[in-house]
Each structure stands twice: as structure tokens, then as C-alpha cells.
Design a binder for this molecule. Structure first.
Ligand SMILES: *Cc1c(COP(=O)(O)O)cnc(C)c1O
Length: 351
């Protein structure tokens, strides 16, 4: 009746709910609660997040990352504004135009920097390219942390981006689908990596960290959050039984489980990267700084892995493959992957 698949590294979204999160849902299921986020647990989760970020921020829970990104960007923009982001940004490549749709037409302006990162120079260029009324006025810089290729912005880099943003009166939005992975990799505090460095709004993912579903939009700049609750409701993102999203956040925040999950995922990426060293013909496409590894391998290796039922994305150039590790990725399965790569080279030699 059910089709099972082996553990895969196609995405951190392939993983299960982590047990503490699932148990918290079961635990909090034992009594009733007010609906639409008016419950005790939602207030508690929001307070815990404020404590974590060491500031009085505005907090909204939504179902997924596309909603978190596009609704928060819409809150920062008028329809005639534009958003500066990298060409590989999820908001550009993977949200089906939702940021443009929810903002009623704000245009994305694309930069092409190395390692999927925006630089102050790129932002300066895009923000000043035009200043006439025929071009949408730049209003937001959107950074992905960790980036879509697994690299990371340092605090210093974000501060430099803030300087350019200030110069041109731009807000800073952070797509934190893998914020936890960046944070533990840099070993800094959530406050240091966000509002203290100049981030105005953060979309912080729980899903990729071990939840079933649920993201939180955190406005450090209160003015930008005005009427945001209405925006969420209109977009179908106000959970009626919000308690069960909040419950999951409570579990992740307790005992720093979210950090433990992110550390494990990052460590598995390093384990895979180190295991690849024995293959001269495999190159890393990007520095491994969080929980993903992008490789460039001969086409026959990629084909062989597919034959062996490995599922992975190869959207960044021919011969490329992406492997993403999650809170419960196992070294045993990574060893199997390495073994299959070894087999692929062996088979080629025998031909
Ligand atoms: C996964 C991801 C998201 C969220 O995607 P949803 O499928 O909408 O939850 C957003 N940004 C990045 C960079 C992601 O990897």
C-alpha cells in the first residue's frame, strides 16, 4: 500500500519530522486551545523567539517559505518598487513569481555575483543604474542565508551591505530557509546575524530544520509589520489551528534542538565532502559552508547514481549534482553513496 524510498539527499525537505517535534504536537494535543493564533502556545513560542533574538520583534507564523518570503517582501514594497537579489535566489527561481504576485508587480533586479552572494558593489550598481520614473524604484535587498549553493554571508559582509542599503534607503530582507545552518556554522548569536547587522525582516524556516511544516516571519523593524496579519489571512496563510505550528517551534527552541539539528546537518555535509577527497575526478562547485555539497562529476558517474535509484537535483550546469543533508542524515547512507560513486569509476575502467 505504501511506497517506501531509501534515505535520500536530494533536499532537506525529504527528511522526517524530528521526534521531539512530533511528540510536542502529541503532548499539546491533549487539550483545547483558542483558534487563529490566539492560544497560549503561540504566544509562548513568540516570546521564546523574542528571547532568542534578544529583542522585541514582531512575529508571524505561516505554513511555508514561499509565503514567508513573498508576503514579507510585499510588506516592504509598493507595486512600483524593485527588489535586488541574486539570480539564483529562491524568490527568483523557485517561487513561481509569488513575490511579484503578492506585491502586485514589484520587479526583481538580479545580480550575478560569485557563490550566489550579493556584494555591496552589485547592490550599488543595481540601485543607481537608473533614477528616472520609467524604471521601478529599488526598495529592498534580499539575501539568502545560507545561500542556495550552501555558502554563507559573514556578519561583516551583511554590515557592509547594510551601509549600501542605508545610502539608498533600502530595506534588508533575509530568506532564512537555512538560517540555522548558517548560524551554527558561523557560531554567532541570532541577534548578531540579523538585526544587529542591519536585517529588517527574517524568514526563519522550521521545516528544513525538522518540523512537518511551519516558518516564522520576524520583523525587527516594527513599522514594516503594519497590517501584516491581514496580509497573511488574505493569502490563506493564517493557520486556524496555529497551536500545532507553534508547538513545533516550542520543541525546536527547547534545549536548542534547532541548533543541534543544524549542526548535525552541517557535519554530515562535511563528512560527505571529506569522503569525496579520494576521487580526483570529482570537484566541488562551491565551498561547503553549511549543509549542502555541490559536485561536478563525469556524466557517467551521475548516470550510474541515477541507475542506483539515488535522487538528487542537477539543475546547476551539466554534470553537476546537489546533495543536501538534514537533521537525521546518516553516515551509513553517505558511505553507500560514496561506495556507488566508487563503483561508477570502477565500471568505467573495466569498459
Ligand atoms: C526551501 C526554501 C524556501 C522555502 O520553500 P517552500 O517550499 O515554499 O517552503 C525558501 N528559500 C530557500 C532558499 C529554500 O531553499
Amino acid at each position: 500500500m505504501y511506497e517506501k524510498i531509501d534515505e535520500q539527499f536530494a533536499s532537506d525537505n525529504y527528511s522526517q519530522i524530528c521526534p521531539e517535534v512530533l511528540n510536542k504536537i502529541i503532548e499539546l494535543n491533549s487539550d483545547n486551545a483558542q483558534a487563529y493564533g490566539n492560544d497560549y502556545y503561540t504566544k509562548y513560542a513568540a516570546d521564546k523567539l523574542r528571547e532568542l533574538f534578544e529583542t522585541d520583534c514582531q512575529i508571524f507564523f505561516v505554513f511555508n517559505g514561499t509565503a514567508a518570503n513573498s508576503l514579507s517582501l510585499a510588506a516592504l514594497c509598493q507595486s512600483y518598487h524593485s527588489i535586488i537579489c541574486h539570480e539564483l535566489a529562491h524568490i527568483e527561481t523557485d517561487e513561481c513569481g509569488a513575490p511579484e504576485f503578492f506585491s502586485n508587480g514589484s520587479k526583481l533586479l538580479l545580480a550575478h555575483g560569485k557563490h550566489a552572494k550579493l556584494t555591496p558593489e552589485d547592490i550599488e550598481h543595481l540601485a543607481t543604474k537608473r533614477d528616472d520614473i520609467h524604471y521601478p524604484k529599488p526598495k529592498v535587498v534580499s539575501l539568502t542565508q545560507s545561500t542556495e549553493v550552501g555558502t554563507i554571508y559573514t556578519i561583516d559582509e551583511i554590515k557592509k551591505i547594510r551601509e549600501v542599503a542605508d545610502k539608498h534607503k533600502l530595506h534588508i530582507h533575509m530568506d532564512g530557509a537555512r538560517f540555522a545552518n548558517a548560524l551554527v556554522s558561523l557560531d554567532v548569536t541570532p541577534a548578531e546575524l540579523t538585526w544587529k547587522a542591519g536585517v529588517d525582516v527574517l524568514c526563519f524556516s522550521g521545516t528544513k530544520n525538522g518540523m512537518a511544516m511551519g516558518e516564522v516571519v520576524i520583523f525587527f523593524n516594527h513599522d514594516l509589520a503594519e497590517d501584516f496579519a491581514y496580509r497573511c489571512k488574505q493569502a490563506g496563510q493564517l493557520a486556524s489551528k496555529m497551536k500545532f505550528i507553534s508547538a513545533q517551534w516550542i520543541a525546536l527552541l527547547e534545549n536548542d534542538l534547532w541548533k543541534k539539528n543544524a549542526k548535525h546537518a552541517n557535519a554530515m555535509a562535511q563528512y560527505f565532502k571529506n569522503s569525496l577527497k579520494e576521487f580526483n575526478e570529482i570537484k566541488l562547485k562551491f565551498p561547503v559552508q553549511s549543509n549542502s555539497v555541490f559536485i561536478e562529476a563525469p556524466e557517467y558517474v551521475i548516470e550510474y547514481l541515477k541507475e542506483k535509484d539515488w535522487i538528487f537535483y542537477s539543475f546547476i550546469g551539466a554534470g553537476g549534482a546537489r546533495f543536501v543533508f538534514s537533521w537525521n542524515s546518516s553516515t551509513a547512507r553517505i558511505d553507500q553513496l560514496i561506495n556507488d560513486i566508487k563503483e561508477a569509476f570502477k565500471k568505467k575502467q573495466e569498459l
